[in-house]
Design a protein around this ligand. Structure first.
Ligand SMILES: NC(=O)c1ccc[n+]([C@@H]2O[C@H](COP(=O)([O-])OP(=O)(O)OC[C@H]3O[C@@H](n4cnc5c(N)ncnc54)[C@H](O)[C@@H]3O)[C@@H](O)[C@H]2O)c1
Length: 422
C-alpha cells in the first residue's frame, strides 16, 4: 500500500530511482529460483560480498522471501495505523530510497522519520544507533502524537520543512553574520543554540542562548554536554565567531597573533572537534559550516594574520570534509567578501598613529556596503542543503576565488597596491 502510494505521488525521478533499486523484488517473485539461490549459498555470498556484511543465514533468507511475497500480494486494509511509528531511513541504502521511506507519512499520523548515516544493513552496521533510536522512540516525551492530539514537537511528525525542529548551533551569534544565520535557520523552523562571548538571545522557538568564549576549551566541552543532553546533538554547527587584526605584519605583536589564532582558527577547531565527535556517535549525519573569508585566498598587506587564519580554516574544512564524509557529516567553508557587520568596530588596528580613529573610519566604510545579511543566511542554508564544500558570498569574493585559481599572479600584484584607510 505504502509503495503503491509512493508510485502514485512521488516525483518521476524519485520513482525511477526507486524502481532501479527494487530489481530484486521482481526476482523474489520467480518460482523456486530464489529458494535455489539461497540453498546453494549463492544469494548469501553475493549479499556478503556486495554489502560487506557477514553472510546472512540461509533460514533468514528463506523467511525473507516468504515475507516479501506476502507483503507484495497479501496486503489488506488501507494500510493506515495509529500506532506511534518511527522510520529509520539509512542514507546510503541501495534498495530503499529516503523518498520511499518518507512516503510512509501518508499512513501514520505524526510519523517519526529519521535519516541515519549508513546502508541497508544498518541494524548490523550500527546496532547502537538503531537501539538508541528505538529507546528514544519508546520513551519520547511529550507522548507520541495521536490523531486527536497532534504533536508540537517538530522532530516527531512529518517534517513541514527540512529544518523544522532541527537543532542549529551558531557561534558569534550576537552580531553580524552569526545573528543573521541564526535568524535564517529560525525562520525555517530550526531550534537555535546561540553562542557568543557577549550576552545574546536565540531567535525563534525552543532555542537557548549561551555566553561562552570559543577559545575556552573547557567551557566549549561543557556547552556541548549541556546542549546534547538537554536539546539534542546539533544537526548543524556554524563556527562563525571571529575577530580581525589590521595592519602590516611587522607591526603585529606575538600577542596579536596569539589572540587572532585562538579565536579564528582554534575556536573553529574546538567547535569542529567537539561537535563532530558527537554527530558521529549519534550516527544521524550533520553539517559543519566554518566561516572563513575571501581573505582565505586573497593576499593583502593590511590583514596578514587575518588572511592566514582564514586560509587555515578553509584548508581545515577541506580536510575534515574528506574525513567525515563516510559519516554523512558535510563541511562547508563560507567565504564572504566585505559585509556590513560589527567586525571593524571590534577589530584591533596596529601600526597606525590613531587606532581608534582608524577603527571608526573602517567601521563607517564597511557599514556603507549595501548587502543584506539575510542573503548571507540564505547562502549558508543552501550550501548546507546542497552540501557545498565552499560557499562564496558577494561579487568580490567570487571574482577573487576565480582569479586565485586561474591567474594568482594578478592577486599578488593587487596585494602590492597601497590601500589607504584600512
Ligand atoms: N564582515 C565581513 O566583512 C566578513 C567577511 C568575511 C568573513 N567574515 C567573518 O564572519 C565572521 C563573523 O563576523 P562578523 O563580520 O559578523 O562580525 P561581528 O563582529 O559583527 O560578529 C562577530 C561575533 O563573534 C563574537 N565573538 C568574537 N570572538 C568570540 C569568542 N572568542 N567567543 C565567542 N564569540 C566571539 C562577537 O562577540 C560578535 O558577536 C567572522 O569569522 C569574520 O571573520 C566577516
Amino acid at each position: 500500500t505504502h509503495v503503491g502510494a509512493f508510485l502514485r505521488t512521488g516525483s518521476l525521478a524519485a520513482r525511477l530511482r526507486q524502481a532501479a533499486a527494487s530489481w530484486y523484488i521482481g526476482f523474489f517473485q520467480l518460482p523456486r529460483v530464489p529458494e535455489l539461490a539461497w540453498r546453494a549459498g549463492v544469494a548469501g555470498r553475493a549479499i556478503a560480498r556486495r554489502e560487506r556484511v557477514p553472510r546472512p543465514a540461509t533460514r533468514d533468507g528463506l523467511n525473507g522471501l516468504d515475507l516479501y511475497r506476502a507483503n507484495i500480494s497479501g496486503v489488506r486494509g488501507d494500510g493506515r495505523t495509529d500506532v506511534p511509528t518511527q522510520v529509520l531511513a539509512p542514507t546510503r541504502d541501495r534498495y530503499v530510497t529516503p523518498a520511499l521511506a518518507a512516503s510512509a507519512a501518508e499512513f501514520v499520523p505524526g510519523l517519526r522519520f529519521r535519516e541515519v548515516a549508513g546502508g541497508h544493513w544498518l541494524p548490523r552496521e550500527r546496532p547502537d544507533v538503531v537501539a538508541r533510536c528505538v529507546r528514544e522512540h519508546i520513551s519520547a516525551s511529550p507522548p507520541l502524537p495521536t490523531r486527536e492530539s497532534p504533536t508540537s514537537d517538530a522532530r516527531v511528525g512529518h517534517p513541514r520543512t527540512r529544518w523544522t525542529g532541527k537543532v542549529v548551533l551558531v557561534t558569534g551569534a550576537a552580531s553580524g553574520i552569526g545573528r543573521a544565520v541564526a535568524e535564517g535557520f529560525a525562520q525555517r523552523g530550526a531550534r537555535i543554540v546561540a553562542v557568543d562571548r557577549n550576552p545574546t538571545e536565540a531567535p525563534g522557538e525552543g532555542g537557548r542562548a549561551f555566553q561562552v568564549d570559543v577559545t575556552d576549551v573547557a567551557a566549549m566541552e561543557a556547552l556541548a554536554d549541556e546542549v546534547c543532553a538537554e536539546i539534542g546533538v546539533p544537526d548543524v554547527v556554524v563556527n562563525n565567531a571571529g575577530i580581525a587584526v589590521s595592519g602590516p605584519f611587522l607591526a603585529h605583536s606575538v600577542q596579536d597573533w596569539q589572540d587572532i589564532v585562538d579565536v579564528n582558527l582554534m575556536g573553529v577547531v574546538h567547535g569542529c572537534r567537539i561537535f563532530a565527535a558527537r554527530m558521529r556517535d549519534r550516527g544521524e549525519g550533520g553539517h559543519l559550516v566554518n566561516v572563513a573569508s575571501a581573505a582565505a585566498f586573497t593576499p593583502t598587506t593590511f590583514l596578514p594574520a587575518y588572511c592566514t587564519t582564514k586560509s587555515a580554516v578553509l584548508m581545515l574544512s577541506e580536510c575534515l570534509r574528506a574525513e567525515l564524509a563516510p559519516d554523512d557529516i558535510g563541511v562547508t567553508a563560507l567565504c564572504p567578501g566585505f559585509l556590513p557587520t560589527g567586525i571593524a568596530a571590534s577589530a584591533r588596528f596596529v601600526g597606525v598613529d590613531d587606532p581608534a580613529e582608524r577603527q571608526r573610519s573602517t567601521d563607517r566604510l564597511l557599514k556603507r556596503r549595501p548587502y543584506p545579511l539575510r542573503k548571507v543566511a540564505a547562502a549558508v542554508i543552501t550550501a548546507v542543503e546542497r552540501n557545498r564544500p565552499v560557499q562564496l558570498v558577494t561579487v568580490e569574493s567570487r571574482a577573487a576565488y576565480a582569479v586565485s585559481k586561474l591567474a594568482p599572479g594578478v592577486l599578488r600584484r593587487i596585494a602590492r597596491t597601497p590601500v589607504p584607510n584600512l
